[in-house]
Write a protein that binds this ligand. Structure first.
Ligand SMILES: Nc1ncnc2c1ncn2[C@@H]1O[C@H](COP(=O)(O)OP(=O)(O)OP(=O)(O)O)[C@@H](O)[C@H]1O
Ligand SMILES: [Mg+2]
Length: 442
């Protein structure tokens, strides 16, 4: 269902403009000219976001927000003001506004703020529902498909292969499959097949009998037995040695395991969920995976697309990660600046969601107020963007115009952090200050 946005402004023209921009974005919009009508509406209709003017005759936007936050805590609030001051903005965010938007703003600015506020609200609601099975955050069509598949397949109890690049959430999906399955009360056992010799893997998975090898002074059940009744997660299954694939195939077919050094078959009821970052077809062609083994473990495939192919998930994931850091007490950060978010949503994320987590954790550690800004993001990421500087379209520029435009570009990327901007520009701070004055950029 479309997100429901309520707008209130005593100026009918602004109200109409807001409505048009938001409806073009596909939101469900209810518009009102007084705060009282908004409160009446919220009593009856759930809503995701309130966009309120600050100066209204009967009740100020700040007062309306205070009431809404108290009575309808799920609603996010954006305040819009023609008299935006830094003090006003700080006060508003302290009172719980998601953002304080200064008039005039472009449709693009509004669109981005609304998208972020809605993402923030969703992450907040998800965080409030702790204790639920592990959650897949994501609003993209691709992630919703994955989520639907996970629910469907979890109940079906079949063997699943999860594919996707590193950090895309394969283990999270494996845990979700287990938590949503009838096996949820039984163990979930994870095993990483990478970088282990055949002997070690056999020992881990199958266990051993007493005296199976020197040092085996007592019998030890393997992970397969430990996962009995539950789920065994074979991570990096593409790294499994070929001989091991043969042995494991037999276990899966017979549904019984024989410990190393033993003869007694032990019956097993285990669901196998595997994961690999490798391309399955290529792995079979190169001979790294046996096709009979793959056939057995790849009954059902769930593929996780890389983050750069579902960029609309980035704000949602970013706020989800921020909430998690807050809950751990690791951070007081409550927001991400518009420029920083814009940068994040353009970045290619070779390390996918894990890389986003690392970037935000690092940013939260170096950030010294409550908002993550561009200057808190890793320098390479910022520089990557800088390399994409394009001079404005139009007639050829003078050197001075080019200098002015480039300085403005760098300042934007550094969120106005002048020391860092001067660093990037290769000049000292005093020279930067002179240039800013000269070009009227301060
Ligand atoms: N859709 C998502 N919603 C919430 N958190 C996610 C999502 N996808 C990934 N994560 C988080 O990102 C991190 C990496 O995910 P995970 O370990 O499942 O990836 P992976 O594909 O197994 O990575 P690797 O190939 O490196 O082992 C985890 O902390 C996980 O919780
Ligand atoms: Mg993993």
């Amino acid at each position: 269902m479309n997100d429901h946005v309520v707008i209130v402004d005593d100026d009918p023209i602004t109200l109409k403009q807001l409505r048009r921009i938001l409806e073009n974005q596909g939101y469900r919009v209810s518009a009102f000219s007084t705060p009282q009508r908004v409160l009446q509406h919220l009593e009856k209709t759930p809503c995701d976001l309130l966009i309120s003017d600050v100066k209204m005759p009967a009740m100020s936007g700040m007062d309306l927000m205070t009431q809404v936050r108290g009575r309808f805590p799920a609603v996010e609030v954006i305040l819009v003001s023609g008299y935006a001051t830094l003090d006003g903005a700080v006060a508003a965010t302290k009172e719980g506004a998601f953002h304080y938007l200064a008039k005039p703003f472009t449709p693009e600015q509004l669109r981005q703020r609304v998208q972020e506020a809605l993402a923030h609200g969703k992450a907040r609601r998800m965080a409030a529902g702790q204790g639920l099975p592990p959650l897949l955050i994501g609003a993209s069509a691709a992630m919703r498909r994955v989520e639907a598949l996970v629910r469907q397949v979890a109940a079906a109890d079949c063997t699943v292969m999860i594919t996707g690049a590193s950090g895309t959430g394969k283990e999270l999906v494996a845990r979700a499959l287990h938590a949503l399955s009838p096996r949820a009360a039984k163990p979930f056992v994870a095993f990483n097949c990478g970088a282990l010799t055949e002997t070690l893997i056999a020992n881990e998975l199958f266990g051993h009998e007493k005296g199976a090898f020197t040092g085996a002074d007592r019998c030890s059940p393997g992970l397969l037995e430990m996962a009995d009744g539950g789920t065994l997660f074979l991570d990096e299954v593409g790294e499994m040695p070929l001989a091991m694939q043969v042995k494991l195939l037999r276990v899966l077919q017979e549904k019984e395991v024989i410990r190393v050094g033993g003869t007694r078959p032990i019956p097993l009821d285990v669901r196998i969920v595997s994961a690999t970052a490798k391309d399955l077809k290529a792995a079979v062609e190169s001979g790294a995976l046996r096709d009979d083994f793959l056939f057995r473990v790849n009954v059902f495939n769930i593929h996780l697309p890389p983050l750069r192919e579902r960029r609309e998930d980035i704000p949602l994931l970013a706020y989800h990660i921020l909430h998690r850091l807050q809950r751990r007490g690791a951070s007081k950060i409550s927001a991400i600046s518009q420029e920083a978010m814009a940068l994040l949503t353009r970045y290619a994320f070779p390390g996918n969601v894990r890389e986003l987590e690392n970037i935000l954790e690092r940013a939260a550690a170096v950030c010294h107020d409550e908002i993550i800004r561009v200057s808190d993001l890793p320098p390479d990421l910022v520089e990557l963007e800088l390399r994409e500087y394009k001079r404005p379209e139009g007639p050829l520029m003078t050197l001075e115009q080019l200098e002015q435009d480039y300085i403005a570009h760098v300042l934007k990327l550094t969120d106005g952090a002048r020391a860092r901007a001067a660093d990037i520009l290769g000049i000292d701070r005093a020279s930067l200050w002179r240039k800013l004055k000269k070009y009227g950029l301060d």
